[in-house]
Design a binder for this molecule. Structure first.
Ligand SMILES: [Zn+2]
Length: 327
């Protein structure tokens, strides 16, 4: 008989808030607790609140700490999964030498794991979402930034250290706009929510007529990707052309992934994916134009099913499949 999977605590560690949830083996959340991150308070205080948020989630689930099989954290940043270490995270500066996995493992006396949020989301979609039953899957989150994860032959591919799957920093336009990472022309600099807002601001700055001007009351600097989405849905020409430009580069990114990995499914999640076919349709067209015909005809590019819970459910799946502590 198959051993029953114990419920685990999964935490989505975001820049503004943590979400801790107790998740059972079927991907059902038994509790869900929020807490502001307040990263500016420094690691020590943040870790204390993180621990109390975990305790609260366990308490609210009614499961009891003894029945918990592990703790798993999905964190935006470069994670050293072997040592349970955040090596660099945009939202958590000064955390580079903190063995968070070990700290939580000592505190709660259960195995604790860390993994990159995009990698976690890929595993979430594979286990519980749009990639159920799919062995070769790529997940891309398009939001403020662009992240992702790779499932190869049914397994999450973390790379040697755990830093694989940084799809947002694939360079799709040499000498393109500067990216947060310091390089130029990364996919994130051309197709993320931040890039979409920047493109729209540039067009308005050139004096183009658009309902975006009224939407932000003439204050162009306050314009966001959500404004662009709303305006594009109303067939605003400027907004539509901005979405098409972002989708074109997203499609180039997809074509590189399709040529490299020959995936069955590419799942697009993140806030910007709420645009749906408005973004996906031109992105698919651009992918078809740039990729080899065979893998491009096989792959399905679909919207996330778990958005915005892919990361937290994937973190849970990771802890469920990896028992026995940090190795
Ligand atoms: Zn970059």
């Amino acid at each position: 008989m198959k051993r029953a999977v114990k419920p685990v605590v999964a935490v989505d560690v975001g820049g503004t808030k943590f979400i801790a949830a107790v998740v059972d083996g079927g991907g059902k959340m038994l509790s869900r607790v929020y807490c502001p991150t307040c990263a500016e308070q420094g690691p020590e205080r943040v870790i204390k609140r993180l621990a109390s948020t975990i305790s609260q989630a366990v308490k609210e689930s009614g499961a009891g700490m003894k029945s918990i099989g592990g703790i798993s954290l999905a964190v935006a940043g470069i994670i050293d999964i072997k040592r349970g270490l955040i090596t660099s995270a945009p939202n958590l500066p000064d955390w580079s030498n903190i063995r968070l996995g070990e700290i939580l493992q000592d505190e709660f006396e259960v195995p604790a794991f860390l993994l990159n949020d995009g990698n976690a989301a890929a595993l979430g979609e594979k286990r519980f979402g749009a990639g159920k039953g799919v062995d070769n899957l790529i997940y891309i989150t398009v939001s403020t930034g662009i992240g992702g994860g790779l499932i190869i032959n049914g397994e999450l591919f973390n790379g040697t250290d755990g830093s694989a799957g940084e799809i947002g920093h694939m360079i799709v336009l040499a000498d393109g706009p500067e990216c947060n990472c310091g390089q130029h022309g990364c996919l994130e600099a051309l197709a993320s929510g931040t890039a979409i807002a920047r493109l729209a601001r540039e067009r308005l700055g050139e004096g183009k007529q658009s309902i975006l001007n009224e939407m932000v009351g003439g204050e162009i600097e306050t314009l966001t990707a959500e404004h662009v989405t709303k305006a594009a849905k109303k067939q605003d020409t400027v907004a539509l052309s901005v979405v098409c430009e972002a989708a074109y580069y997203l499609g180039i990114g997809l074509s590189n992934l399709v040529n490299l990995f020959n995936p069955q499914v590419i799942v697009i999640g993140g806030g910007v994916s709420a645009m749906g076919e408005m973004l996906l349709s031109p992105a698919r067209k651009s992918m078809q134009e740039h990729a080899f015909k065979l893998p491009a005809s096989t792959v399905r590019v679909v919207k996330s099913k778990l958005n915005p819970d892919a990361g937290i459910l994937g973190a849970a799946a990771w802890a469920q499949q990896k028992q026995g502590g940090i190795k």
